[in-house]
Each structure stands twice: as C-alpha cells, then as structure tokens.
Design a protein around this ligand. Structure first.
Ligand SMILES: NC(=O)c1ccc[n+]([C@@H]2O[C@H](COP(=O)([O-])OP(=O)(O)OC[C@H]3O[C@@H](n4cnc5c(N)ncnc54)[C@H](O)[C@@H]3O)[C@@H](O)[C@H]2O)c1
Length: 392
C-alpha cells in the first residue's frame, strides 16, 4: 500500500457525482482534487460552498462559469494532470466519449452504469468481484438496480442455491432533481423489452447467474422496488435466506412490523436517521416479506437509486489504484466512513440471526465480518495505519 493518498477527480457533478465527491472527501486514503462540470447553476455553486475546486469540463463552460461568478480552478486538462483516477459521473452515453482523453492523460477511470459493459470490459460490484478490478485501468460501476440485484443474488449464488432467478422491478419515474421536467402521473409504463437490461447486466457481474428481469416505471421519484423469485437448487428455509442476506455487506432489513410499510416509510426512516440527503447506500430488504416454499424463495427490496452506487465507486477507486487489494477491507473502510450499516435501528431492533458454523467459515463472510469488527473497534485511520493491518 502506497504511503501517499490517491488523487481523485469527479467529472460530472450531478445526482451521482455530487454524492461521489462528498464520499471521496471522507476517505482518509483519498484526496478529492476537484470536480468538473459544464453547468453554472445552483448545483455547481453548491460545489463551491462545499469547498470543492471546480474545473470547467469545456472551454465554453469555463466562460459561462466566469460570467456567473463561479471561481474556476482550471480546465479539464489541468484537472487530469493532477489526479491518479477520475470518477466519470457525466450523463449516460456522453461520458463514454471521454475514454481517449483519460487514456492520453494516463489517468485511470471509472464510469457509471449508464455506459455499456464493453466500454471498460469490467463491470464492478465490490462484494462480488473487487479482486478482478485491482490495478485495472478502467472499470464500470454497474447501475443502481444491477448493484442491488448483484448484492442480493450474490448472497444466494455464493451458496450454490440459485437455479433460476426472476425479478420484477418498478423504477422511479424520474429523479427528484428532474421532477419538474419529466415527472409522470397516474400511470405505470411497462418496458416492452424482455428481459429488461438489468438481468443481463447482472450477468456481467455474476456471469453464471441464471436471471430474467421485467421492468416498468411508476409515478414516484423516491426509489426503485424489486420483487424477486428465486428457484433454488434445494429447499431453502426463510431462516437460511435471512441469514444469507444478513451476512452480505450493504444489505439491511426493514420491517413492516415496525411501521416501515411502504417506499415512503423507508425514505422517512433515512431522513430520521439524519442520513446526508436522506441517502440509503444499503439495499433495504423487507425482513417480514421474506418467504420460501419447497421450490423457491421470495424477496422484496428497495433501492435508493441516487445513493447505492456511491460506496461502490469509492471501493472501485481503491481497487483500480491498488491502494487496497483486499475487497473486504475496502468495503469496511468505506462503510465506516459513510455510516453504512447492517442494522438501521440497533438500539431497539435486534437482528434475528440463525448463522450456521458453515456460513461463518465461508472466507468471504469471515473476511468482511473481521474487517467490519476491526474498523468498528479502532476506526479507520487511513495511511496512519500500519501497512500490514488492512490486508489481514
Ligand atoms: N440518477 C440515478 O438514479 C443513477 C443511478 C445509478 C447510476 N446512474 C448513472 O450515473 C451516471 C450519471 O447520472 P446522473 O443521474 O448523475 O446524471 P445527472 O444528469 O444528474 O448528472 C450529470 C452531470 O454531468 C454534467 N455534464 C453534462 N455534460 C458534461 C460534460 N460534457 N462534461 C462534464 N460534465 C457534464 C451535468 O451538468 C450534470 O451535472 C449515468 O451513467 C447514470 O446512468 C444514475
């Protein structure tokens, strides 16, 4: 592990980029050098308020920022000359065009789920395939829905339980920031392409996962919701299902029995917990909606599309730059810094655990548990840590 911190740029300070920038700023082993955008509106002004150095992504944008009184730290080339890695959070499809620019600058790059797998050849979800991204030049953090499917299905797939998975997902109609421009009302729009892209996309992360997804969009902007039915290779009990999900990082339970009866209640819970922007980085699985029969298990979960990929992007920075080769340790550092939890209400709602010895012996589970325990106990001190500690 290098002594110095890695220098990071965020290109595109929108829904995802502003959250990634804030999260990078919290990491002890990273320095946010600056953010780039083309806009001069309130969102970029907030970047200045937060103390981020703002770079103009294009010459024209620089002139507009100057005219709007936004202090411009430099051009995109200036920014790229000062960083090791860029998290490109620009608009989908547009961001892909930056690849040559990053290559020419000798900068590693991370794209988001709006880009195709082929752009980087590596689709990333930290708890599934961190190791394969270590020291790569480019990777793509998969989309919000694919991240949620990867996390939940990985919990089952790593145990050899998945014969065939099917999921129906209802996407938010638009993001809150765009609700005035693209809100839908009193309707649900089914996708006519079957399978919807999320299933094949999950296979770019878990190649041998047999999964089919159907999708639609509804008149809400808070989150997405998934209903998954997984045909299992043997009868799996609800207790086993609960334990498998409990042992997977970045999945947390909510309960209708606690009054968390709907999408809005999950959002209210995040607000009440003083999450920044009400963000939920975890997949929220309804514990009291878990079900099983002899052939299948059933899960219902909520995905905060604006937030779920943020910890993944932070981990991807560590993987590409090689400052942390142990995925479990990176997950633990990121989770510690953001406040990602397994239990939203630990003081009053204890998890019901039925963990078997075989589960605990699983190296992936044991590593994440050990890393979480270590960082919870000592706190993450980044480069002040003994260099051999993070890889144990
Ligand atoms: N919004 C979501 O729910 C969500 C969830 C997961 C992944 N993603 C993915 O994240 C990526 C970003 O999506 P978003 O929702 O944050 O988009 P967004 O539109 O909110 O943000 C994009 C930002 O890029 C800026 N921009 C536009 N042109 C630019 C350029 N040439 N150079 C630099 N910046 C430029 C815009 O001004 C804006 O601030 C996409 O790939 C998207 O598919 C989005």
């Amino acid at each position: 592990m290098p002594d110095s911190t890695v220098r990071v740029a965020v290109n595109g300070f929108g829904v995802i980029g502003k959250r990634v920038a804030d999260a990078i700023s919290l990491q002890h082993d990273m320095e946010l050098v600056g953010v780039a955008d083309v806009a001069s509106d309130y969102r970029v002004r907030v970047a200045v308020e937060r103390g981020h150095r703002v770079f103009a992504a294009t010459g024209e944008a620089g002139e507009e920022m100057d005219a709007a009184g936004i202090p411009v730290a430099g051009t995109m080339d200036d920014l790229l000359s000062q960083v090791d890695v860029v998290a490109d959070c620009g608009p989908k499809r547009l961001a892909a065009a930056n690849k040559q620019r990053y290559q020419a600058a000798g900068v590693k790059a991370i794209w988001q789920g709006g880009e195709k797998h082929e752009l980087t050849g590596y689709s990333f979800c930290a708890q599934v395939n961190y190791a394969g991204a270590v020291n790569r030049d480019f990777a793509r953090v998969v989309s919000c829905n694919t991240t949620a499917l990867s996390r939940t299905m990985h919990a089952l797939h790593r145990r050899g339980w998945v014969k065939r998975a099917r999921a129906v997902l209802l996407r938010r109609g638009t993001d809150p920031v765009d609700s005035h421009a693209a809100g839908m009302i009193n309707t649900v729009v089914p996708e006519t392409k079957v399978p919807s892209h999320q299933g094949p996309d999950a296979q770019t992360v878990i190649p041998d996962l047999d999964i089919t997804t159907l999708a639609g969009a509804g008149p809400f902007n808070l989150a997405h919701i998934h209903f998954a039915m997984v045909e299992t290779t043997r009868p799996v009990s609800v207790d086993e299902l609960r334990d498998a999900l409990w042992d997977e990082p970045r999945i947390a339970f909510v309960r209708a029995g606690d009054g968390v009866v709907a999408m809005n209640a999950v959002v209210e819970l995040m607000r009440d917990l003083d999450r920044p922007r009400g963000d939920m980085w975890e997949v929220a699985v309804w514990e009291d909606a878990l079900a099983a029969d002899d052939r299948e298990v059933y899960l219902t979960f909520q995905v905060h599309n604006e937030a779920i990929v943020v910890p993944e992007t932070v981990d991807c920075v560590r993987a590409l730059t090689g400052i942390e080769v142990d995925g479990a340790a990176s997950i633990a550092k990121t989770d510690q810094s953001l406040g990602v939890t397994k239990t939203f209400l630990p003081a009053t709602t204890q998890p019901i655990a039925h963990v078997t010895d075989a589960d605990v012996a699983h190296p992936g589970i044991a590593a994440v548990r050990a890393a979480h325990a270590r960082f919870a106990e000592v706190g993450f001190k980044g480069s002040e840590e003994p260099t051999d500690d993070a890889s144990t």
